[in-house]
Ligand binder design. Structure first.
Ligand SMILES: [Zn+2]
Length: 415
């Protein structure tokens, strides 16, 4: 199966095949070609270059991308899209001035989602999550990480992870599963946080590993949630069972989450709204990737993570959606592109690197995803007609994704 995309106004996001992450000023270095073509054979990019060099190409499928920008599809390395119901009631309460604690006291927050998930069937959860995932795909994502964490009992966590497995089978996108049993303390363990941590380690993790339904282990390590010591206990246990750490850290306070993540070889530490200079320095001396989530900052009215400072320090920064019902109910990566430029002062090119190659790196997938290279997977976005690449984040809120190509096949076309 051969796909040809021709007459591309700008082909962006080009990197050498052996580049697996872009650090610091390298985030500016993705190349582009104006007036380009691209060929993919059996899902893999086999050639690209200026139109003048295309020659005669026979293809099974041809996209004429005149006036359009083509760039690597987004890699969303942090989401929570398996959930039941929505929480716009809390949205109303927060607008009216209620604090997080007051919302929680009225039955809101993660425990609210856990209650609703408990009474939902696996099929209901699957149908709702599949609709959300398709919304993400239609807006340009080809790789999506999905976490458990609204179960908070072994049975319900496994139910969520089975739903994620079904998403992997049903969708054209690459789906990665993360076990987040320590998202909050389950209701049955109210006031007994350490006992809950022991339950996560002794009951949940062995069963998750036995069923082979997750690749990563995550912990909400932050003020008011799990301590660095408890996080260490869970990561240590996860590692024994072959689960690589990817953790939530420093959303609410500089709480030691970054350091515990580094100590246990976390692939990424995510959120970092409250990251300080010491955190950045420690990350610099590690291979752990700092992932920022501007949608959560925007929706929850929190400070934005100091992505600029991280880039100046030479770190590889990915951007992910954190799509979840409470603090970031959107998986629209193009909107995050705008937020990264406007609120974090990333250039459009730096932000594109954060949304693609560095997102793939935060999932261990960047050897063959996240950029335009001969030999990488043809996961691509074809824009609607636009004046330039920078117009995409500039025209915030405008839907400008026309076609999404995954594994060399057109999986959706937006009117
Ligand atoms: Zn999250």
């Amino acid at each position: 199966m051969r796909l040809l995309i021709k007459n591309i106004k700008t082909l962006a996001g080009i990197l050498p095949l052996d580049t697996e992450r872009l650090c610091g000023e390298q985030m500016q270095s993705m190349e582009s070609i104006d007036g380009a073509y691209l060929v993919a054979d059996d899902g893999v990019i086999s050639s690209f270059g200026p139109m003048a060099q295309m020659g005669d190409v026979e293809a099974d499928e041809v996209i004429d991308a005149e006036g359009r920008v083509v760039f690597p599809a987004f890699c969303d390395s942090h989401s929570h899209i398996v959930y039941a119901g929505s929480r716009e009631g809390e949205f109303r309460d927060k607008i009216a001035g209620m604090t997080y604690e007051e919302v929680a006291a009225r039955g809101g927050g993660i425990l609210n989602s856990a209650d609703r998930l408990h009474i939902s069937s696996e099929d209901e959860l699957f149908e709702a999550a599949q609709r959300r995932a398709w919304r993400m795909i239609r807006t340009g994502a080809a790789t999506i990480e999905v976490k458990s964490g609204y179960g908070l009992t072994t049975e319900d966590e496994l139910k969520m992870l089975r739903v994620i497995e079904r998403l992997r089978e049903a969708l054209p996108a690459t789906i990665k599963a993360t076990f987040l049993g320590a998202h909050a303390v389950g209701r049955a363990f109210k006031g007994r946080q350490q006992e809950y941590v022991d339950y996560v380690c002794e009951d949940m993790i062995p069963k998750v590993a036995e069923q082979g339904v997750a690749e990563f282990v995550d912990v909400f390590c932050d003020r008011g949630f799990f301590t660095p010591e408890q996080t260490a206990q869970i990561l240590e246990c996860g590692k024994r069972y072959g689960l690589r750490p990817k953790i939530h850290a420093n959303e609410l306070a500089s709480s030691g989450g970054v350091q515990v993540g580094i100590a246990y070889g976390a692939l990424s530490v995510d959120h970092l709204e409250e990251a300080n200079e010491q955190d950045v320095l420690d990350l610099k001396n590690s291979s752990t990737i700092p992932t920022v989530l501007p949608g959560a900052s925007f929706f929850s009215n929190l400070p934005f993570a100091p992505a600029r400072m991280m880039i100046e320090a030479g770190l590889p920064v990915p951007i992910a959606s954190d799509c979840n019902p409470g603090s970031s109910p959107s998986g629209n990566m193009k909107m995050l592109w705008s937020l990264a430029c406007i609120k974090m002062r990333l250039s459009p090119e730096e932000a594109l690197a954060a949304l693609t190659i560095n997102g793939a790196a935060a999932l261990g997938l960047s050897a063959d995803r996240g950029a335009v290279s001969v030999g990488r997977r043809a996961d691509l976005v074809v824009s609607k007609p636009v004046p330039s690449l920078a117009y995409l984040p500039y025209s915030f809120g405008e839907e400008l994704v026309e076609k999404v190509v995954i594994n060399g096949k057109i999986v959706c076309t937006n009117e």
